[in-house]
Write a protein that binds this ligand. Sequence first.
Ligand code: NAP
Length: 317
Amino acid sequence: MDASYDIVIIGGGPAGLTAGIYASRARMKAVLLEKMVCGGQALTTDTIENFPGFPDGIKGPELAAWMTKQAEHFCLEIRTAEVSKLILKKEQAGPFGVELADGHTLKAVSIILATGAKWNTLNVPGENELLSRGVSYCATCDGPLFRGKDVVVVGGGDTAIEDALFLTKFVNSVTIVHRRDRLRATKILQERAIANKKIGMCLESVCVEIIGKNKVEGVKIKGVNTNKEKTLKADGVFVLIGLKANSDIVKSIVKTDEHGYVICDDDMKTSVDGIFACGDVRRKLLRQVVTATGDGATAATSAEHYVERLKGMEYPR
Ligand code: NAP
């Protein structure tokens, strides 16, 4: 074992960084492991308008940088490291081993999992190139930026239809592009979408390219049965084809739901004593920076109580 910690936080998005701020202020021996750059999905979000305290909104990367700075200010150790495996004792409890991809192994009294989730992508030309320049994976975050514009929503599930309805509050028109002849979304959402004059549908169609030089200008779609291609003029494209939890390292250890999201109680405790989860990786209603930070604070406080209990330092609350 290379080093021993009270709390090992895995993931450096808003949930992990907030957990780090709370753990450091509680004077826990804590480390945050992030495989790339701290900030999570905020790094790819142009403007965040719904995080309290910023009436004019704040650029995602700027908010991420401030959060990282705040964690460093409280002397949180942040390491660039990828976790390859968690090692548990036979009785499924701590202390845990945290095996890193570089071959080192850390010892952890408790673990906070803050590994987030990633949006499924279409993997078509233009999608990556025009990310944050009209291509979005989050209508709640970016919808208000498309006031009076024409947008395309790709997908036919609850998220796509609910978000298409949400978008009609701002945009001029929404065209839903869905690969099958019927939507997957709950019937009541379908009814609302059909009744909404701002929403049009291209069913049995797939998006084959997102077009635009510096920003999205349109979407090339192809008929599934006809193979005929046509271009829809659009200022924005919302790709809403499901999310995938980054829970691979704990899937066989803690309880997850059918989509791979980690199941926690209100205190962010997972099914294994000493392992906590926060942010987008856990099963929850709303995946936003504001909910991630709340989760992170709770997870760190729960981990602190757990560590104190193990060390016999618990005090009455
Ligand atoms: P989802 O239910 O998995 O639906 C994904 C949609 O994207 C499906 O319509 C699917 O098409 C389509 N799709 C997947 N891959 C695609 C691809 N490569 N190209 C084109 N289309 C593709 O995901 P979700 O809508 O994000 O919902 C996830 C879960 O959260 C669901 O259980 C949902 O019920 C739940 N949810 C609930 C609510 C609510 O209750 N208010 C709101 C949001 C989400 P097919 O239909 O052809 O497979």
